[in-house]
Design a protein around this ligand. Sequence first.
Ligand code: GAL
Length: 405
Amino acid sequence: MFATVACSSSEEPGEGSKKVEVFTWWADGGEKAGLDGLVGVFKTDCAGFEFLNGAVAGGAGSNAKQVLASRLQQNDPPDTFQAHAGAELSDYINDDQLEDLSAQYTEWGLTNAFPKGLIDNLTVDGKIYSVPANIHRANVLWSNKTVLAKAGITKDATTLDGFFADLDKLKASGVAAPLALGKDWTQQMLFEALLISKLGPEKFNGLWNGTTSWTGADITDAITTYKRLLTYTNKDRDTFDWTDAEKLLMDGKAAYQLMGDWEAADLDAKGFKDYGWSVFPGNGNTFQWLADSFVLPKGAKNADGTKCWLKTVGSATGQAAFNQKKGSIPARTDVGTDGFPAYQQAAMADWKTATQVPSCPHGSACAQTWQGAVGSAQGKFSSDGDVAALQKALASAAAEFGPKK
Ligand code: GAL
């Protein structure tokens, strides 16, 4: 059979193409700035290839992951895509969608460049399937300094009680919804930060490895407290992406937002200087981590170009250029702090001493099926506030998608 292939746009990569289609959800602001930093190094180090931007906008991959799933199903993978280290990456590995990169790790000297724990999160059955670009921190509370000052708040709260007291002060000063919030996955993040405060890191870890029950009274208490926290947030949250909530903070309509540290890069990219940060109240020195990594999908049209991209991602120069603009810190342990904004310098220091816990909406703790089930349960709770129903849904999601006992 002679198939006629419609001549597609000159943007589309093809057989023997020099183009490397890099699929991410980093389309704007600080996320795009980070990607641009990496592309700058790629252009120098991989001059024979051309970067093709396959970004699909939407925080945490809310749109990109669906587009990617359908492309993988139709056997039309991009040359490389962004995948979170941990359970989320295992989804693609278990579905046999990724090439093993163990030989490249040896060839490029990557094996000892990353922390062992991170390598373990990228490895299945002794094979390693992706190159990490960064470490992000999820449990950070961002603030508008002027709004805090107007309410007489001069110190960051370190406990949940202190935080509620500050939120009340803000309300009294005229800020109706002091805690800016967005839709499902951003609500998952806020709830997880609160769970860390309530349970402590060890029990929080147990929620994902199966040693902590989702049906206990401590979870009921956490959901009840979370319900109270929602009363300080904007009512239109379910229609907001994280950047819409961030705008409330920038405009002084809110004082706080719980968000990963891509927010530092985004506020910088948008020229907003009046921001502060602290670890979410009650989280102590817990560092809720996640890592973006890049893969070589099976059937990629330009495997050689992808390998050059991956080599750039894993290089010290690539990691410095990317992370300085992305708000994250290098996954490599040999990149110095020079050239990094103040926030990341502090995060680099914290990473060395903190207790680490993973994140479900950002894949380090949960597979995508689990993420989806929790996200919709949170969304439902946002409108009905039914504590028992949320707890039941979270327990069912863990039983269905979590580790089997
Ligand atoms: C995370 C991702 C970050 C950042 C964030 C917001 O899932 O790991 O790099 O892009 O989403 O979109």
